[in-house]
Write a protein that binds this ligand. Sequence first.
Ligand code: PLP
Length: 386
Amino acid sequence: MEIYLDNSATTALSPAAKKAMSSAAELYGNPSSLHSFGFDAQKLVDEARKNILTALGARNVGELVFTSCGTEATSLALFGTAFAKERFESKRILTTDSEHPSVSKALERLDGFGFEIIKLPTKKGVIDETALSEALKEKIFLATFMMVNNESGALYDVANAFAEIKKKYPSAITHCDAVQGFLKTRFTPPQIGADLVSISAHKVHGPKGVGALYISKDMLKQKKIVPFLLGGGQENGMRSGTENVIGISAFGAAVADIYPRLDATISHISALREYAINTLSSLELKLNIPEGACAPHVLSITLPNIKSETMLHLLSRSGIFVSSGSACSSHSKTPSSAMTAFGLTPKEADSTIRISFSEYNTKEDIDTLKDALVSGLTTLVRTGRR
Ligand code: PLP
């Protein structure tokens, strides 16, 4: 039997999403077409948009632009605001030192275009308040903070940071990468003071290759964001390209399935994480628990002098799937910058695995993981394969 504990990398499609995909596959019209096939397809897109805006608590205050993934939603947020005319007021962008590469690499590009990027430390999973006050001595035009760190599970106090920023510079734009926070914690964009919020379908039991950017109505009214995919003017002109109707419809269905059960889902996943902490704390491991708030679905563990990849392969052979850092950083050979920002040494970061839960996991999965870890630790120490 396989035990999937890599839900931060991606999640299984929910039955609701699968059903929506197969129904949408029958409706092959182009949403832009002016005949009934087109209207039917557009109806699916609109319904998904309504479901997702409802789950964001934002039907009256914002618009949702569908994209091809969370990464594209963030690129639209960052490049779209940087290239709107607002950029002339200030070229300073505030962020953290532990963002997902979809943010940090986009900011590297903007640095190349002459923007100044200021990174706030997030040691032990907490945004450094002193560094934030220091950074705000000079005007910023954009702040981009992730809600939940995909590797440590730290739930950053984005609401407080954005409030500080808006208090000092009301016209500053705030973007939150909520790809790991959406439907893992309750929030609305106005509550956290975000003008822009990125989300992704495949982290919430929807399909891969669909994401969305929430944009507040004020941002649109004041033209503080411009599109970077230009063409047929789909998505209200904010993202040209024929919509992925099947994916979008399934995204909406996945969200509509979870949202009414959100409190129960969050408590189930939180209970699993608590159980894992209690169960694994007796082992020779270091649990990287953030000092501030945590998301319910992520637990980071540092192994004693064993490379994470070695353990990952051993567990994988027993049918248990975890991650060595994030799926994206696993393509790079350098230790995870998110975990070094958390406070681990590069060597510790290289020995760190991430377990991440979904509503489909059970306590028995964690018991099995514990047994496999005990046996793995014994084998690797005995054979010297560290
Ligand atoms: N932001 C965070 C925090 C993530 O964890 C991920 C994916 O792992 C992304 C953005 C990118 O999302 P997508 O895979 O939909 O591009």
